[in-house]
Design a protein. Structure first.
Length: 302
């Protein structure tokens, strides 16, 4: 068992991969088939998302347990608080604790209607993800120092934030509450990440800030994702997306090349690692890993 804080304290680059819970048994079978390919890249950890409003709680937990104990990979579980009372969230934390799942990413989460829907705390729930971080790290004696916690960062500002400044202040509050690492939302312009890191360091945030990378799978999907999360599409990428149109095969190849170039620039900048949003597919992540020779750069296990 290895905590996030220890993983990011190693020498070398950290490499991690995110999955989402499929809705069908066929999707589950496909996910674990793709995982077998990605395990060959020796990720430091994998993560599993938690559907809007906690809608995939049971399936997420099944996947996390299976990855941890049957597939023998380190895993980070997403935790969200939207639409959920405190006791449900605490029961889930207790379940993770009981299964020796010690890495989590604490998130407010999106309402089932989507990121643009109004976000309000559950009447009996946590008010925000900062409270969740504090509870995970300090809220119950049995959990004390069991968990290592990641939080989300938004290089282009969270869609519901009042301002860039308030978004950064809130990020620092989450870190001060006990977060060990920041994993960013997807972005397609490295300048946004560079500025974000500079702004974070300027206000005293010292934990690793890991870029979240999305290899493009299709042009319509990319445009939909960016509209949902508030990320922008730079002019060059917009032109490339227009060029591939509805040709998903061409989009995948373009996405591999674009993400490889992005990652190379980020490596030159000195990032602590990469967190890839795999969309439950191994092809693009594997190709990018090979293009960059990440196996020679990643940290050796302690």
């Amino acid at each position: 068992m290895t905590k996030l804080r220890d993983i990011y304290a190693r020498d070398g680059l950290t490499f991690s991969i995110e999955f989402f819970p499929p809705k069908t048994d066929e999707g589950m079978e496909s996910l674990f088939s793709e995982l077998q390919e990605l395990k060959k890249l020796h990720p430091d950890f994998v993560s599993v998302t938690y559907g809007a409003g906690g809608s995939t709680q049971d399936r997420t937990m099944d996947i996390v347990r299976r990855m941890k104990w049957r597939e023998k990979v380190e895993v980070m579980c997403h935790l969200t608080i939207v639409n959920q009372p405190r006791h449900v969230v605490k029961e889930l934390i207790g379940d993770l604790w009981g299964n020796d799942i010690e890495n989590v990413i604490a998130l407010a989460g999106d309402p089932p209607e989507g990121v643009d829907a109004p976000w309000t705390p559950h009447p009996d729930g946590f008010q925000n993800s900062r409270e969740l971080v504090n509870t995970i790290r300090r809220g119950q004696s049995g959990w004390f120092d069991t968990f290592s916690v990641a939080v989300a960062g938004f290089p282009e500002v969270h869609p519901r934030a009042e301002s860039r400044e308030s978004d950064l202040r809130y990020l620092k509050e989450k870190v001060d509450a006990g977060a060990d690492v920041i994993i960013t939302q997807l972005f397609f312009d490295n300048e946004d990440y560079y500025r974000y890191v500079e702004d974070c360091r300027a206000i005293g945030i010292e934990v690793p800030i890991v870029p979240g990378m999305l290899p493009i799978k299709s042009a319509p999907q990319c445009r939909r994702f960016t509209s949902l999360c508030g990320a922008k599409i730079p002019p060059r990428l917009d032109e490339l997306l227009t060029r591939v149109g509805d040709n998903d095969e061409a989009a995948v190849e373009m996405g591999i090349q674009y993400c490889t170039e992005q990652c190379q620039g980020l490596l030159d900048f000195g990032v602590p690692g990469f967190h890839f949003y795999s969309l439950n597919r191994s092809r693009s992540v594997t190709a990018i890993h090979e293009n960059l020779n990440l196996g020679a750069l990643t940290a050796a296990p302690a």
